[in-house]
Design a protein around this ligand. Structure first.
Ligand code: ATP
Length: 386
């Protein structure tokens, strides 16, 4: 096992475009680190540079205290699991798992012990004599993991290992990977574009955009204290609502009314002109669902367009008017965070017992203590930590 330090890593391909631009990330020994971001953000390139499949343009890649920039992949002793599993179709499950051990010249007794241990861990005992073509997607995925864990590798590297599976299996495999990583305590770097995987698996998550590290934090911190608009919009589903806002003193004007905000937020936003306010769907509520006294202020009337009742919660969609400039900004952000739901509409998550109706007006409460305010030109969160 080993810590991985990425120090000012840059990768420029032939056309000079920096696919990875001055990224520094320290992965502690035994830590589960996620690299996440939309397509093309450079996460796979970064992973491939750790394992040695891609040259590093500049910066230092350090594994277990050794600079590995110039080491061939086989000399780095890292185990990688690929998106397409890369199993050998002509070999049985047993031989696929045994492959790296045979390559390393281990004796049959040790090979057998290790393969059987991995197979037990991954629930593959019944399938050891089959070939990959006769396995389900989830089983293939487990064979690929088996092949990775039999080696005494210094770290695991996963490149979107669950993206070929259906949603239910993805959920199961997510839990399995999490359990396995905790049990083995092995340093892991895991690439995904799926924010649910990022939030549920990682000890910490590195969010990348166009080759640049945006934020490196625990899932909770990313969710509650995103440093900029991009991270705020990327993490969370349905995503954070973004609204044009102006603040004067403690009064904040949104497209559907004026609300009071706490002093600390008012101080940070005073005199800044038009801002982008961000508020997550769960920080709204139908006032009839609130304890008495809670919703004295910060209420507004909303025309409910669509209601989605899911049993344990429900969402309501509420379109609002905004000037073209704001609409353009939201469209741009939606493109960046790969989301279709960033529009000039509020998405609110309400108690499932709420009896709001489509086409009718509801009175909603907005929890302004949980709001964020972003500088619309730089995207910076002006109220991070408040
Ligand atoms: P995806 O989720 O789509 O795989 P990613 O975040 O993993 O995306 P990378 O595959 O790391 O992104 O690519 C980062 C950037 O580098 C992209 O703009 C991509 O077009 C570019 N790129 C990747 N490989 C090469 C290459 N061999 N030559 C030139 N450009 C490349």
């Amino acid at each position: 096992m080993a810590a991985i330090e990425m120090k000012n890593i840059v990768k420029q391909y032939g056309d000079g475009f920096p696919a990875v631009n001055d990224v520094s990330i320290d992965v502690a020994d035994g830590e589960f680190m996620i690299l996440v971001g939309p397509s093309g953000c450079g996460k796979s390139t970064l992973l491939r540079m750790i394992v040695g499949l891609e040259d590093i343009t500049s910066g230092d890649m350090v594994v277990g205290g050794d600079r590995v920039n110039d080491l061939a992949p086989r000399d780095r002793n890292l185990s990688m699991v690929f998106q397409n599993y890369a199993l050998y179709p002509h070999l049985t499950v047993y031989e696929n798992i045994a492959f790296p051990l045979r390559l390393a010249g281990k004796d049959q007794k040790e090979i057998d012990e290790k393969v059987r241990e991995a197979s037990k861990t991954l629930d593959l005992d019944e399938h050891l004599d089959r070939r990959p073509a006769n396995l389900s997607g989830g089983q293939r995925q487990r064979v690929a993991m088996g092949r990775a864990i039999v080696r005494d590798a210094r770290a695991f590297l996963f490149d979107e290992p669950l993206s070929n599976l259906d949603a239910k299996l993805r959920g199961q495999m997510r839990a399995e990977i999490s359990r396995l990583q905790k049990r083995l305590g092995i340093t892991t770097v895991y690439v995904t574009h799926d924010q649910t995987e990022a939030m549920t698996l990682g000890d910490r998550v590195a969010v990348l955009k166009r080759g640049i590290l945006q934020q490196l934090a625990t899932p909770k911190e990313l969710y509650e204290q995103p440093v900029n608009l991009f991270v705020a919009g990327f993490i969370g589903s349905p995503p954070m609502n973004f609204l044009p806002a102006t603040v004067e003193g403690n009064d904040m004007s949104l497209p559907f009314g004026t609300f009071k905000i706490p002093d600390a937020k008012a101080e940070k936003t005073a005199g800044k002109g038009l801002l982008m306010a961000g508020i997550r769907p769960e920080h709204f509520e139908d006032v009839t669902m609130l304890e008495e006294g809670r919703a004295q202020s910060n209420q507004f009337e909303a025309q409910v367009d669509v209601r989605e009742w899911l049993g344990d919660q429900q969402f309501a969609y509420i379109p609002y008017e905004a000037e073209q400039k704001v609409q353009d900004q939201l469209k741009e952000l939606a493109k960046e965070v790969d989301s279709e739901s960033l529009r000039t509409q509020l998405v609110v998550s309400l108690d499932s017992a709420s009896e709001i109706q489509e086409g009718q007006t509801a009175t909603l409460f907005i929890n302004t203590e949980r709001m964020h305010f972003f500088d619309p030109s730089t995207g910076e969160n002006l109220t991070v930590g408040l």
